[in-house]
Structures are given as structure tokens and as C-alpha cells.
Design a binder for this molecule. Sequence first.
Ligand code: FE2
Length: 223
Amino acid sequence: MDDGSDSVETSIGMLRKLRDSGVDLAVATSHYYRWDEDIDSFLERRSEAIGKLRPHMDASCAGIVPAAEVAFYFGIEEDPKLGGLCVGDTKALLVEMPFAPWGTYEMNALSSLCFGRGFAVILAHYERFEEYQKNNRIYEEILRLPLTVQINAHSLLTGRGAKKWLRMFEEGRAHLIGSDCHNLTTRPPNLAEARQILRQKAGEEAVRKTDRRAEALLLGEKP
Ligand SMILES: [Fe+2]
């Protein structure tokens, strides 16, 4: 679909690795860029891709829920077709914010998505935007919206920021760990390691909370 898996074999390998690490269902969030493609064409391409995969999937693989990582775009909050990009048939929408300073437009658009249109917005890899938001109050203030905040497994495992992101889980300000896995080599599935760290640093209850939030979203509940 994108810069992720390069073949059916890689995808199956990733689903097996996920299954081995205790994942029942993988929410497959292929990148969606409005400026490159319209939503209908993306959805068609996605169902073809899943159709190629299904015949090769067996009990050793995690299941797949189709979804998308929707790159924020101008007018996103008014797009009538946006619902097609949600996680399965829920109203949970994974949004990748701009890699640039966020302003009041981004804040208002997310607010419209949550309150006006009833989406359960998940912010993809919140931590990856920090370096673009120096002294930008909106980076913190946006967390006052009823969003689900996702942090990448990798960021809990390495780097100077790891402590800070783990603390966000402890404080209930981060809710989901994303694998952001793209392949089996450079960006492999690594959720098990991140859950282990979260368990060690924040306790079993913190891990359970992430599971409960994921379950609630998959069941169509809103935070
Ligand atoms: Fe992303």
C-alpha cells in the first residue's frame, strides 16, 4: 500500500510475529494522503491488498482490521467521505498531524471532528511531533480534547524522551502503544518489548488500561 510491507510474504511474516507476541488483531493503518489520492480510490486499493493477503493467512497470523493513518489535510473536518477511513466499521480515526508547528486551525479541526462529527480521534505517534512544536502551547493544549493519544513502541524503548512518554501513560495522558511496524527488518513489530517496559515502569494496571482503551475503540465506544 505504501512504504510498509513490500510483499505478501513480508506481510504474513509480520502478522505471524504479531501473533507470536500476543496480538489478536492488527489494526492495519496504511498511510492515506489526501493530496495524492481520493478516498474512494484508496479504499479500493486497500480492499484489493487485503484480498491478496487473506488466502495466505492462517491461525498463526494476527487478524487484520482495515484502517488508515490519515495525514491531516486542509478541510479534513468537512470531508463527507472521511468515515470510510475509520478503524473497521467504528468511528475511530487515526490522524497523523502535520510535521510543522500546529496552530488554531489544527486545534479547531480536531475539535470539529470530535464534537461536531462524533469521531473518536486517535493522534498517531504524538511524541514524534515534539521537535516541531518548540514553545508551542497548542502541543499541550490539544490534549484537552477527548482524544486518544498513541505513542510508538520504539519511543518507549529508546532515546532520552522514553521516560517522559512512559510518564504520560502513568498520568493517563497517553492511551495506546503503536507498533508503527513497516517490515521485518528496520521497523519490525515490537509491541511486546514496549509493553514489558510499560509494565516495569508504570505497573500492570497501565498495560491493562491500554488494552481496555484499544478494546473500547474496536467496539465503537468513544473516550
Ligand atoms: Fe506516521
